[in-house]
Design a protein around this ligand. Structure first.
Ligand code: OOB
Length: 553
């Protein structure tokens, strides 16, 4: 094990020409020497698995099953096709696919080229997609034809007309005016592009965010692959595991904790679930003999309620991971009896650090804590407002650095200066305490973010939109407690002097029509003449923002 005290207090260098700060060279060398970074790449290990167990099933989607050889061949041929259309190492490609097998074909093709998938969620709409494409200077955008009643081809046409770098739109299904994904593959022999290096970026993940626009999280092959096998060891994943992708496939939790990629790494099988409700998921668990899956707390409540009376046989399910938001102790206690499986709490973040309760932790620890880090080299500091360590057992701000936690967001130097300490610790924005066994308990949050059942909302993003309404003088979006989601959103709105009164619906409609993911539309709107003092303070959010953005001396 490397000596953590050897971590120098030297500032993390921002690569002058690079897109994001990375680990100092001596730290990287230490992570390699310790065996965390094993010099693998995604395309490399998939090729190896396809070679060693070609006929083993890798992905099931409805009545389609692809073996490891199928997945590898498809991804390689698609990579050749993408390359022929000019997609090359380092290019960004926005991927917005629902839970379909093609998700893996596309991302492994991009991994092979060293092009970076930018993981959008199916719920994202024009505002978000336009931003991702423009900010990352994406060259291509991959969409389904229609999903959940929404035509992604129309959205793609709109964004393509606005963003000059965006040359290609690839569609899973009927392409309309764009290119069908099935038209792209070329024989693998035509793939000449060199393979990326293990230390290269593999993709850009989205941050939950607490700022006006989401930040992009650069993850390398080396660091992410470590988080996969590190998770596999703690979640009991093996070649016999069958993982149900119930949450949106691109989210970090179902992707890597241990997620679809962890299970593929282990040689297991991944089963796509189009919707996470019990009526959809339970029959698939029975039919495919699913052994492990991960869901957010609101879904866990619904599953535990439905479990005892379901006609479906859930006995194959061994482990249910629950995370993304705080899981209440009372709900946690119901999981085992209702579903007959072991609960594993997971407290993770797309920026890196992931904590798990261990499968052999005592039952009280499993229901009362959010677990402990994957790695002995995940450094945890719990500090007060002045970055001083709090006494052991007390709660404070969680700071972390380690072998799979980023040292900075992509192309965001100013934000990085606030979100990371000079010596490279990520400021998670979470308030935690540590138990004598080293388990973390999430006690709250210091960041301006709302956690709506695991879906993260940056109030500033929504406030900026509502401020664009001609009748609105000021707005403050806050969280209100909710039995099911944990938190819901409430927009306090101050109308301009002399403005006609508005209905709540008018504000919600205004936000929706801006083309934003539906979960970001305020659940509640309250018209006020001044902001309530409790919770949000007296100064208007607008003033706070102008103070925050004023030049500092
Ligand atoms: C996961 O990742 P993100 O990036 O969507 O959100 C991270 C944030 C954390 O900083 C924390 O505020 C919250 O989500 N969170 C939890 C939690 N798990 C995440 N808060 C309380 N209890 C938990 N168990 O949400 C994510 C990534 C990988 C695995 C699992 C979740």
């Amino acid at each position: 094990m490397p000596d953590t005290s050897a971590e120098a207090e030297t500032p993390t260098p921002a690569r002058p020409e690079g897109d994001a700060p990375t680990w100092p060279e001596e730290t990287a060398a230490r992570y390699r020497a310790a065996g965390y970074w094993q010099g693998e790449t995604f395309a490399g290990w998939l090729a190896e698995r396809a070679e060693s167990h070609p006929t083993r099933p890798a992905i099931t989607d409805g009545d389609r099953t692809w073996t490891y050889a199928d997945l590898h061949t498809r991804a390689t041929e698609l990579a050749a096709g993408f390359a022929s259309r000019g997609v090359t190492h380092g290019d960004r490609v926005v991927v917005q696919l629902p839970n379909v097998a093609e998700f893996f074909e596309v991302v492994f093709a991009l991994f092979r080229l060293g092009a970076l998938p930018v993981f959008a969620l199916p719920a994202h709409r024009e505002t978000e997609i336009h931003y991702f494409c423009e900010f990352t200077e994406a060259v291509a955008y991959v969409v389904p034809d229609r999903h959940a009643g929404f035509d992604h081809r129309t959205l793609a046409a709109t964004v393509k007309a606005q963003v000059p770098t965006l040359r290609e739109v690839f569609v899973v299904g009927d392409p309309g005016e764009h290119t069908a994904l099935t038209e792209v593959p070329l024989p693998a022999t035509e793939l000449k592009a060199p393979e990326p290096a293990p230390s290269d970026l593999a993709f850009l993940q989205l941050s939950g965010g607490s700022t006006g626009v989401p930040k992009l999280i650069p993850r390398t092959h080396d660091d992410y692959i470590y988080s996969l096998w590190g998770s596999n060891e703690l979640c009991g994943v093996s070649a016999d595991s069958v993982y149900l992708v119930a949450l949106p496939a691109a989210h970090n939790f179902p992707l890597s904790s241990p997620g679809s990629l962890g299970v593929l790494y282990a040689g297991g099988r991944v089963v796509m679930c189009p919707q996470p409700d019990p009526d959809t998921a339970f029959p698939i668990i029975e039919r495919e003999k699913v052994t492990i899956t991960g869901i957010v707390p609101p879904l866990a409540l619904v599953w535990t309620e439905a479990g005892p009376n379901t006609p479906y046989d859930l006995s194959s399910l061994e482990v249910l991971l629950v995370g993304g938001a705080k899981f209440s102790e009372s709900a946690a206690r119901r999981v085992g009896p209702a579903l007959g499986c072991t609960l594993q709490q997971v407290f993770g973040m797309a920026e890196g650090l992931v904590n798990y309760t261990r499968l052999d932790d005592d039952p009280e620890t499993i229901v009362t804590t959010q677990g402990r880090p994957i790695s002995a080299d995940d450094e945890i500091r719990i500090v007060d407002d002045n970055d001083e360590d709090v006494p052991e057992g007390e709660s404070g701000h969680l700071l972390t650095r380690g072998p799979y936690t980023i040292r900075g967001y992509w192309r965001a130097p100013e934000h990085n200066a606030r979100s990371f300490t000079a010596d490279g610790f990520y400021r998670t924005g979470d308030i935690v305490r540590r138990t004598p066994t080293g388990h973390l308990v999430v006690e709250g949050r210091a960041k301006d973010q709302i956690n709506r059942g695991g879906e993260k909302i940056a109030p500033e993003e929504i406030e900026n939109i509502i401020l664009g309404h001609p009748s609105v003088h000021d707005v403050s979006l806050v969280a209100v407690p909710d039995d099911y989601l944990g938190e819901r959103t409430l927009a306090y709105v101050i109308l301009r002097a002399g403005a006609e009164p508005l209905k709540s619906m008018a504000i919600k409609k205004f936000v929706r029509e801006k083309g934003l993911a539906a979960y970001k539309v305020p659940d509640l709107v309250e018209f006020v003449t001044a902001f309530p003092q409790t919770g949000i303070g007296k100064i208007s959010k607008k003033d706070q923002r102008s103070i925050a953005t004023a030049p500092q001396n």
